[in-house]
Design a protein around this ligand. Structure first.
Ligand code: RTP
Ligand code: MG
Length: 136
C-alpha cells in the first residue's frame, strides 16, 4: 500500500552537509520525494510536532534544537513508506539502538543530535503532514 510519511533532516544534518546523503538513501531504497522544503520553524510548530513529549524532561532542549537553524522537511512516499523510512533511520539512540548501515547508526552519536525524524505511524504521518505541509 502506498503511504506518505514526514521526514525531517534535523538542523544537525543540515549543518553537517548530510541532506544529500539522506535523500540518496531514501531514493536508493525505492521511496520517492513528493515535497521538500528548507525552513527554520517557529517554536509553536516544534511544540506541536513533538506534543507527545511535552511532559518529558528533554522537551525544552528538543524544541530549542529543532528551532536552532534550518531543517529540511520532506514528504516521502512509496509502499510502506512509514516503516521503510524508520528502518533507514535506525533506532532513536544512535549508539545503543541504531545499527551500522542506518542513517543514525552511521552518522550520529547523541540522542539529541540524531539527524533525522520520520513519522512513527499512519496517524502520526497524517497529523505531521498536515502540520508541516498543510495536507497529506
Ligand atoms: P523522532 O520523533 O525525532 O523521529 O525520533 P524517534 O521517534 O526515534 O524518538 P522519539 O521517542 O519520538 O523522541 C523524539 C526525539 O526526542 C529526542 N530525545 N531526546 N535526551 C533524551 O533522552 C531524548 N530522548 C529522545 C531525540 O532527538 C528523538 O529523536
Ligand atoms: Mg518520534
Amino acid at each position: 500500500m502506498t503511504e506518505r510519511t514526514l521526514v525531517l533532516v534535523k538542523p544537525d544534518g543540515v549543518k553537517r552537509g548530510l541532506v544529500g546523503e539522506v535523500i540518496s538513501r531514501i531514493e536508493r531504497k525505492g521511496l520517492s520525494l513528493a515535497a521538500m522544503d528548507l525552513r527554520t520553524v517557529e517554536r509553536s510548530v516544534a511544540e506541536e510536532h513533538y506534543a507527545e513529549h511535552k511532559d518529558k524532561p528533554f522537551f525544552g532542549e528538543l524544541v530549542d534544537f529543532i528551532t536552532s537553524g534550518p531543517l529540511v522537511a520532506m514528504t516521502v512516499e512509496g509502499p510502506r513508506a512509514i516503516s521503510a523510512f524508520r528502518q533507514l533511520a535506525g533506532g532513536t539512540d544512535p549508539v545503543e539502538k541504531a545499527t551500522p548501515g542506518t542513517l543514525r547508526g552511521d552518522y550520529a552519536l547523541e540522542v539529541q543530535f540524531n539527524l533525522v525524524h520520520g513519522s512513527d505511524s499512519p496517524e502520526s504521518a497524517e497529523r505531521e503532514l498536515k502540520l508541516w505541509f498543510g495536507s497529506l
